[in-house]
Ligand binder design. Structure first.
Ligand code: GSH
Length: 194
């Protein structure tokens, strides 16, 4: 499988998940100019033009973080509990990352007017408060084990730190813990972010 990624982007969540799941993968970086680091036009691989994209061994390309994360979990039976309500909680939390947190960072990436950033920050404050409440004193968002929601939350918290969006202390502690997870350490090193 090939993961098309950009260093530190939301594709980092899929990268961590691939490592956690024990799957073998190849990384291909995509630049701002939409060229891959092996010289191809990324638009021909993912017509949406954004990362992440996961190319399967038969050439099928899967896009959208939530789908890629769920697919990685499906392949290995890890990162998404097979039974019990934890499966649905993990999907619920991952959907929340995509729609309610990731989406609200957009103004920061596109250098939007300050007023737009301020509105986004107010929403992010509420969203991160919800996540902190859900995390409670558990090691991972949905329980004792890492699920697909955790690599995504990790990336969102690195963005919060980058753009100086304050998060509840509990999430700072979670970020520090996640940084020591071997899969996270490996993914950061492979993306040149160690
Ligand atoms: N809906 C997509 C959004 C992916 C996305 O926002 N990717 C960003 C990186 S985090 C990107 O490639 N942005 C560059 C662009 O849109 O040109 C998903 O959930 O996977």
């Amino acid at each position: 499988m090939i993961l098309y990624y950009a260093p530190g982007a939301c594709s980092l969540a899929d990268h961590i998940a691939l490592i956690e799941a024990g799957l073998s993968y190849k990384l291909v970086a995509v630049g701002r100019d939409k060229r891959t680091d092996d010289g191809r036009d990324f638009w021909t691989i993912n017509p949406k033009g954004y990362t992440p994209a996961l190319e399967l061994d038969d050439g099928t390309v899967l896009t959208e973080n939530l789908a890629i994360l769920a697919y990685v979990a499906h392949l290995t039976g890890r990162l998404l509990p097979e039974d019990g309500f934890g499966r649905w909680r993990a999907l619920e939390a991952t959907s929340f990352m995509t729609t309610e947190i990731h989406g609200n960072f957009r103004p920061y990436f596109y250098d939007a007017p300050q007023a737009e950033k301020d509105t986004a920050r107010k929403i992010l404050d509420r969203r991160f408060a919800t996540i902190a409440e859900q995390l409670d004193d558990k090691p991972f968002l949905v329980g004792e084990r890492m699920t697909i929601a955790d690599p995504y939350l990790f990336v969102m918290l690195t963005w919060a730190a980058m753009f100086e969006v304050e998060v509840p202390e509990r999430l700072d502690a979670y970020l520090a813990r996640m940084k020591t997870e071997p899969s996270v350490v490996k993914a950061l090193a492979e993306e040149g972010l160690a």
